[in-house]
Design a protein around this ligand. Structure first.
Ligand code: URA
Length: 428
């Protein structure tokens, strides 16, 4: 007979939990037999005491086993997915999924909605008229099998790692999110249950990321690569910079428009570079050689694939994107070089403008967000537009402007040293 109190005490005192203890506590919590306050106490003990590689792997498996595991192993094309730990202006999934599908892989991507200052892929795609995030596992398989579509971005069903859904909601309100084994097992339980054969992780580092320091991001990436590999999913991680937002937009329909620029063969260099770097990793993990994804962007194949992918989920790729009813411009207070544009400040301001939500289930504004007219390294003239703020609710402007007060630095004779976008690569 297991007891929740014994499991909590064992971890509180620095012990290792047995496989049986982990299986029991995760399953009993999912059934509602371990109370929220007991699981919260255990999560806090894990934050302090950590978990070994064995415990983390077992915990991940227990969360997978709490629900359904999708299986795409019978598809004719190799499956590969990408997961980002979340950043500001991170719209990479939008051009990346159809691009990789156009190069011959199937991309099953269960995505989330945004919470807090980082945007969610589903919120972005829902800015497209008619597009539906909820599709069945059978329909998902059909679309992945169709070479003209080959990529599905959709919401995870309620039965995918339900233990994680309950636990993540509890961690969110008990100060227990910040634990590498808990974060790694949370992310990887969903990705492994999703049934992908290979996975590329984009672990963000910097002010706008969940983890601010490179050593923490490296530790998380290593833990996730180990979990994926141990579960038979070919997994690699890139550590990428998130001190400044990606591209020139943050906000749902603004980011869709920018993604369309990338799919049309243009777009901001950082978004294009990261899309191509992740596409190359995904194709390598999927075992597809000899195809340069840059060609599929340049010749329109990725755009064709995008249009099919959007139509397949009920969206109209030709519909005008929603625009916010009000805008306000922030102008440069001096001339010089833009040395810094802070991702966290921009994310927070976009969120306050209505692009993100404060609580799960809140609505988001499709058109709200921020356009950035300059990026670090650009020469700036006093009075030129730096940022345009978009919202349907103009009473949000003061809060957004407050978030942006120290968001950027312009130096009259600054020597700008560009920082690398890709900081590291972690393999098994
Ligand atoms: N994202 C997740 O899915 N889980 C975590 O624990 C943290 C970020």
């Amino acid at each position: 007979m297991h007891s929740a109190v014994d499991v909590i005490r064992a971890k509180r005192d620095g012990g290792e939990l047995s496989d049986a203890q982990i299986d029991w506590v995760v399953a009993a919590f999912t059934r509602g037999e371990v109370a929220d306050e007991q699981m919260a106490a255990l999560a806090m003990a894990i934050v302090w005491r950590g978990m070994s590689r064995r415990e983390t792997a077992r915990w991940t498996n227990a969360m997978i086993d709490s629900g359904q595991r999708l299986d795409f192993s019978g598809l004719a094309r190799p499956t590969v997915d990408k997961h980002s730990t979340g950043g500001v202006g991170d719209k990479i999934t939008l051009p990346l999924s159809p691009l990789v599908a156009a190069c011959g892989a199937a991309v099953p991507q269960l995505s989330g909605r945004g919470l807090g200052h980082t945007g969610g892929t589903l919120d972005k795609l829902e800015a497209i008229a008619g597009w539906q995030a909820d599709i069945s596992a059978e329909r998902m398989r059909e679309l992945l099998t169709d070479p003209a579509v080959g990529a599905v971005v959709c919401a995870a069903g309620a039965d995918l790692a339900p233990a994680d859904k309950r636990l993540y909601a509890l961690r969110d309100v008990t100060g227990t999110v910040e634990s590498i084994p808990l974060i790694a097992s949370s992310i990887m339980s969903k990705k492994i249950a999703e049934g992908t054969g290979a996975l590329v992780l984009d672990v963000k580092v910097g002010s706008g990321a969940f983890l601010k320091r490179e050593d923490q991001a490296r530790e998380l990436a290593t833990a996730m690569v180990e979990l994926g590999t141990d579960a038979g999913v070919r997994t690699v991680a890139l550590l990428t910079a998130m001190d400044t937002p990606l591209g020139h937009t943050a906000g749902n329909s603004l980011e869709v428009a920018e993604s369309l620029d990338v799919l049309a063969g243009g777009g901001p260099p950082d978004v294009v570079d990261l899309t191509l770097a992740l596409a190359r990793e995904m194709l390598a993990q999927a075992g597809i050689d000899g195809i340069d994804p840059a060609d599929a962007l340049a010749d329109g194949r990725a755009m064709d694939q995008w249009r099919n992918m959007i139509r397949a989920q009920g969206g109209d790729p030709d519909a005008d994107l929603p625009q916010a009813r009000h805008t306000e411009c922030v102008r440069a207070s001096e001339s010089g070089t833009l040395m810094r544009l802070d991702a966290l400040a921009v994310g927070l301001a976009a969120w306050r403008l209505g692009a993100g939500r404060a609580r799960q289930g809140d609505p988001v504004q499709a058109g709200a967000g921020i356009e950035m007219h300059a990026k670090p390294g650009d020469s700036i003239k006093r009075g030129q537009p730096l940022l345009t703020l978009h919202t349907d609710t103009p009473d949000a402007f003061p809060g957004a402007l407050e978030a942006l007060r120290d968001a950027y630095t312009i130096t009259p004779d600054g020597e700008f040293a560009p920082a690398p976008l890709i900081l590291g690569r972690i393999t098994a």
